[in-house]
Design a protein around this ligand. Structure first.
Ligand code: PLP
Length: 382
């Protein structure tokens, strides 16, 4: 494989050296089960407690409010299904049309169980309207689930404002935030965000794959979705993935430490690439909000070509990025997010997402720009 310039950090990141070093002993010598009473078990339990403390420190919550899961998807499922089941599948949920499938499909399942759902539209830049949201609140709305930042277009929702509005109108309505794209890029303090439930995933911030966290505000009632040995306060049974949890915690602490400086650096790179693409490829359509967007997200549509083909050609030239549309059973489907922005199907098919990370340098983007322009021209002239 040709060496790749990795520009797909929203899909996943590499494991950081620090996280790996912290995990290593717990993969081999310190392999105890945190439930065992002997010395190896106690060692594992101590490491689990330390990791929980570290994660709680970053989220600004109590240790007991942290539930470790095996992915962001699982954290979203536990939050949404857990609350709905506890509500006997009665009542109403508000969400947006541009959520990740881990939220959308969970909520669509709940609809089949009798839950009423309002899917809030977004404007051309991907923002939900807070007044629409307030108008949609019903006396039986038991949950609002809105993502912090969109994984395709990078638009950042006004989460603190939304949390404040919900709590002012209807303090008993729970607020869940899918914050999987946020660590290392956005504020994660749950008091500032005014949420009751928040999901993150280790592999998006240089932690290991197969790890996640659900923050559950004290007093929030959730029905567990996995039964067994009663780990994680009975909310998520299963022997804890100690090395994974250690790696996630270390990576989260590091991401938060580096955040302010890294956001300044990435924002400059992002703005350079957005304006350079707009200048060099005049028919390119920027998707997502121009300012309220993740510091690492650049997303465009190039009408008249297929995003997947562009991604493959760029890969051959040594650049790893991603298309916003997915190829399912041989037919190209447009992304629900891009269609929700009001883009035409043709434009939505030609989407490209470039997501920057710790290793990205201006020289990478300077090399990427002419390759992109050439491949877009070739594909559009087919
Ligand atoms: N939510 C968002 C916004 C995401 O971007 C992702 C992953 O792409 C997920 C949820 C799912 O997380 P995981 O890959 O850990 O299951």
């Amino acid at each position: 494989m040709k060496k790749q310039v990795y520009l797909d950090h929203a899909a996943t990141t590499s494991l950081s050296k620090e996280a790996f070093e912290d995990m290593k002993p717990y993969l081999m010598d310190k392999f105890g089960n945190a439930s065992s009473l002997h010395a190896l078990g106690i060692e594992a339990k101590k490491a689990l407690m330390k990791s929980r403390e570290q994660v709680a420190g970053v989220l600004g919550c109590r240790d007991k409010e942290i539930v470790f899961t095996a992915s962001g998807t699982e954290a979203n499922n536990l939050a949404i299904k857990g609350v709905a089941e506890n509500n006997n599948y009665k009542g109403h949920i508000i969400t947006s049309t541009i959520e990740h499938h881990a939220v959308l499909e969970t909520i669509q399942y709940l609809e089949t169980q009798g839950v009423a759902v309002t899917y809030l539209p977004v404007d051309r830049s991907g923002l939900v309207s807070t007044s629409d949201l307030v108008r949609s609140l019903r006396h039986d709305t038991f949950l609002v689930s809105i993502m912090y930042a969109n994984n395709e277009i990078g638009t950042v929702q006004p989460i603190s404002e939304i949390g404040g509005l919900i709590k002012k109108r209807q303090p008993n309505t729970l607020f869940h935030v899918d914050a999987v794209q946020a660590p290392g890029l956005l504020e994660l303090n749950v008091e500032k965000l005014r949420c009751d439930l928040l999901s993150i995933s280790g592999h998006k911030f240089y932690g290991p794959k197969g790890t996640g966290v659900l923050y559950v505000r004290r007093g929030t009632k959730l029905a567990p979705q996995i039964f067994g040995g009663g780990q994680e306060q009975g909310l998520r049974s299963g022997t804890e993935n100690i090395p994974g949890i250690i790696g996630l915690a270390r990576a989260l602490v590091n991401a938060e430490k580096a955040r302010v400086k890294e956001v300044i650096r990435l924002t400059k790179l992002r703005n350079w690439l957005i304006s350079s693409i707009s200048e060099k490829i005049p028919q390119a359509i920027l998707t997502g909000h121009p300012g309220e967007r993740l510091a690492n997200n650049i997303s465009f549509c190039f009408p008249g070509l297929e995003g997947e083909a562009l991604v493959m050609r760029l890969s051959e030239r040594g650049f790893a990025c991603s298309a916003g549309s997915a190829c399912a059973t041989g037919s190209f489907a447009s992304s629900h997010v891009l269609l929700a922005l009001g883009l035409s199907r043709d434009a939505a098919l030609g989407s490209l997402r470039v997501s920057l990370g710790q290793g990205t340098r201006l020289s990478d983007l300077e090399a990427f720009l002419p390759a992109l322009a050439e491949e877009v021209e070739k594909l559009q002239s087919f």
